[in-house]
Every structure is written in structure tokens, then in C-alpha cells.
Design a protein. Structure first.
Length: 268
């Protein structure tokens, strides 16, 4: 049995943070872009994940050695701190060399706009993602069209926390906030976060985030359309509809509009 160990150290010889650590990143990716200092007295309290000290494999198992956070899961009394922390998170741009939507280095997008909150494939470009979403609308015979061009030109890809629940944040022993579950984080056009915050299930945290966060609401014109994608996909139980020809080989199963027509609940 063989093992591989990777230790991640940044330019100051301090442990590096990862916004998303996937299996392939253990092999070849080093990213410290989401490491944010917690400054006492700051009006906006930055937030980052626990530091990752080492990641290694042993046989077919993978292990991550990360910072221990001495604290407790946040509750409603911590919402003001979470709002400030979330503000710092959604302003994080993608790494300079990343143009594909998704986690650092590419991968499956976890977002409630998809069936089961997971995209079916890795999208190499934002255009591929846009084309697939518009293809879904064509299958559903709905007139919506999504375009990310303007918001992408203005804001680029931004960190999108897709699972805004209290359990994903901890209050540490210094009174700061630490994000502890990054499974639903990807770098996406701004409308994806707007869709999460404006159309997710009700909670006090989400309502307070909606009232207090500063994000380009007026510019996120695709937010409602992304939400409608999730509603339209629900009866099919799959994301594998509406694909473009160049995406078809990436899907495990090809569902054409003709095959779906009989069971299409949106067909008049």
C-alpha cells in the first residue's frame, strides 16, 4: 500500500487555506486566496475556513489535517457577525488564472439551481454553463433566456456560498466567525448567489442576509431564471436535459426533447 502526503505552506510559511479542497487538488493545487485576517475592531469581520496543514492519501482513502476551531456552532445571536463574514466571502474573486465556473481548479458545481444541488458535469467555460441552462428552458418550452456576459464583464466570477445555514459557521474562542463547511462553495457569476439569497427556503438567517448584504441585486438579472431552472428540473429528477451537442459526450445519459415530450409536465 502506498501513500502520498502533501503539505501546503504559503509564502510566509503559514498554513494555507482552501476555498474548496477536492481529490484532485490534493495532488496539484495550491491556493491561498481566501485567507483573510481577523482584525479586532474592524467594521467588517473577515471570515475564512480552518487552515489546512496537510492532505494525504493512504491506499484509496484520503485525509485532510486542518486547524482545530475551539468554539461552538453559531446560533441566531451570531447573525450580525455572520452577515459581516458573508459580506467578505462574496467579495472574493476567482483566482486570476481560473475562467471556468466551479470550485478552485474546476469541478462539479454545488448549487440549488441544479437537481439534487449538483451540476451534472464540469463546465469548461461560463458559456457552456449558460448554453446548458438555456437548453433546459427550450426543453421546458419556456421563453426565458440567461446571459451572464454583462455581469461577468463587470464582476467576474465571485465566491458563491450556496448553503446559507447557521451550522456552516462557528464562533471561535476569540469571538470571530469561521466558515467550517465549504461543500457548497464555487466561483460563479453573481446571479447564482443572488438566486440563493433571494429564492432559498425561508430562515431568519437568510432574511437578515437578504436585508443587509451588499451585492449587485439590480445587475443579477438571471437570479430568478436560475431559480426557475431548479423548479423545472424537479419533475424530471435529472439535470441531463437541454444539453448542447458539444456537451452531450460528457453526460452519462442523453435525454433528448423528443424522448421527454410524453412526460413533459410543462407541455400544453
Amino acid at each position: 500500500m502506498s501513500s502520498t502526503i502533501h503539505v501546503y505552506i504559503d509564502e510566509e510559511d503559514k498554513p494555507t487555506n482552501f476555498s474548496k479542497l477536492r481529490k484532485d487538488h490534493l495532488k496539484n493545487f495550491h491556493f491561498s486566496g481566501v485567507k483573510l485576517p481577523l482584525e479586532t475592531g474592524e467594521k467588517t469581520i473577515p471570515c475564512g475556513p480552518p487552515r489546512v496543514y496537510a492532505a494525504f492519501t493512504w491506499g484509496t482513502c484520503g485525509f485532510i489535517v486542518s486547524e482545530y476551531v475551539d468554539g461552538r456552532i453559531c446560533d441566531d445571536s451570531d447573525i450580525p457577525l455572520i452577515i459581516a463574514a458573508m459580506q467578505s466571502l462574496i467579495e472574493i474573486p476567482s483566482p486570476p488564472d481560473q475562467t471556468m465556473p466551479g470550485p478552485v481548479g474546476g469541478g462539479i458545481i454545488e448549487h440549488p439551481g441544479f437537481n439534487e444541488s449538483e451540476s451534472p458535469i464540469w463546465y469548461e467555460t461560463v458559456q457552456e454553463l449558460e448554453d446548458h441552462l438555456n437548453g433546459i428552458f427550450r426543453v421546458l418550452e419556456r421563453p426565458w433566456q440567461i446571459s451572464f456576459k454583462k455581469e461577468l464583464a463587470t464582476y467576474g466570477l465571485r465566491l458563491c456560498p450556496s448553503d446559507t445555514v447557521l451550522a456552516n459557521f462557528m464562533r471561535d474562542d476569540k469571538g470571530g466567525v469561521v466558515a467550517v463547511d465549504f461543500a457548497g462553495y464555487s466561483f460563479l457569476p453573481a446571479s447564482f448567489f443572488a438566486s440563493v439569497i433571494e429564492y432559498s427556503n425561508y430562515s431568519k438567517l437568510r432574511q437578515d442576509l437578504l436585508r443587509n448584504l451588499k451585492y449587485p441585486r439590480a445587475k443579477c438579472r438571471a437570479a430568478l431564471a436560475i431559480h426557475n431552472v431548479s423548479l423545472g428540473l424537479a419533475p424530471f429528477g435529472t439535470n441531463n436535459i437541454g444539453k448542447q451537442p458539444f456537451l452531450a459526450p460528457m453526460f452519462e445519459t442523453v435525454y433528448s426533447p423528443q424522448r421527454l415530450e410524453k412526460g413533459n409536465p410543462f407541455k400544453a
